[in-house]
Design a protein around this ligand. Sequence first.
Ligand code: SF4
Ligand code: SF4
Length: 337
Amino acid sequence: MYDFNKPEDAYKVSRLCNRGGVTADFPPYVTFELIDDCNFTCRMCHVSYRRKSKTEMEFGLFQKCLDDIAKYGSLVRFIGYCEPFMYSKIRDAITNVKKKKLQLHITTNGSLLDRPMIDFILASKIDCVIFSFQGFTAEEFCFMRKVSRAVYNKVTDNIRSLFEMRVSDKPFIRVTTTITDRDDPADRHGFVERHSKYADEVQVTGTTHFVTLETLFSVRNIMKQSNVKAPKKAAAARCFIPNYEMKISENGDVYICCSAITDDLLIGNAREDSLYNLWHSEKSVNIRKTLSDGHLERFRECSACSARYEYEDTGNALTDTVSGNVDKYGKAIMKTA
Ligand code: SF4
Ligand code: SF4
């Protein structure tokens, strides 16, 4: 049973699993994709190019999964390819995670918060809220996310309100962005400085990856249209993420990687078996072996993953984290052979 005092404790376990190539007995963090919908249509995200069912996770199913997770004490994350604050039962979901005394982290585009929701976040003592940006500047944010300057201003106002109204150390507020070669490296400092005023940490987490759109979703010429260079294939890559990541989609499908989109990495459905059994199933074991041996090309999903590509400015999109506080390349979660 994990005994985490903060979300970062779960990531420490994941790094140990990654470095040692060992599989956690149960994932240190579990991601919920609570709804198949998002209010943005960002140009770099497949959610914008496919039909969204708009279905939500049934609350009974959410509770069943949460009961399972609580036996192991894992960090709960509301992220995935959706905007979690669109989930109609988001308040109940937050309340129940905190009743179980689990660490909770929510990643959001920040546009749907309002005063009552900010009050609720503060009262619930959510452990961490991550605001997801794109690019270094407001102009780049609006271009990539296809939103107006008014939406950008609303997001930044919401972050400031959450920060200024906070009376305890919760939630930890982090602003993150990925960038493309459209971004001018000289704007990095401004991004960190601007957002550091109202966040505990500002991170540049790597390069925005467009390859999946062209290969898995047949979105033709999106890199060219967006004026983004295609990345080079890495010589070789091994992936250990299935040793410690699990994602549950709104329909109960369970994946062995939080960025999974296709059935390659589907290990079952939470309605049919316990999360523990799915984690230790034969399919899960085989996926781990295949990817840790470096055969990413055997799965459509992994073939297109950023793990297989190198970027001139930030190296491998999944391997490098630049922290506003640290300002150097850090967390290595992927090993190249
Ligand atoms: S806000 Fe996030 S989930 Fe929504 S379209 Fe943009 S990148 Fe995708
Ligand atoms: S290679 Fe990429 S898509 Fe495949 S499991 Fe690893 S991180 Fe996930």
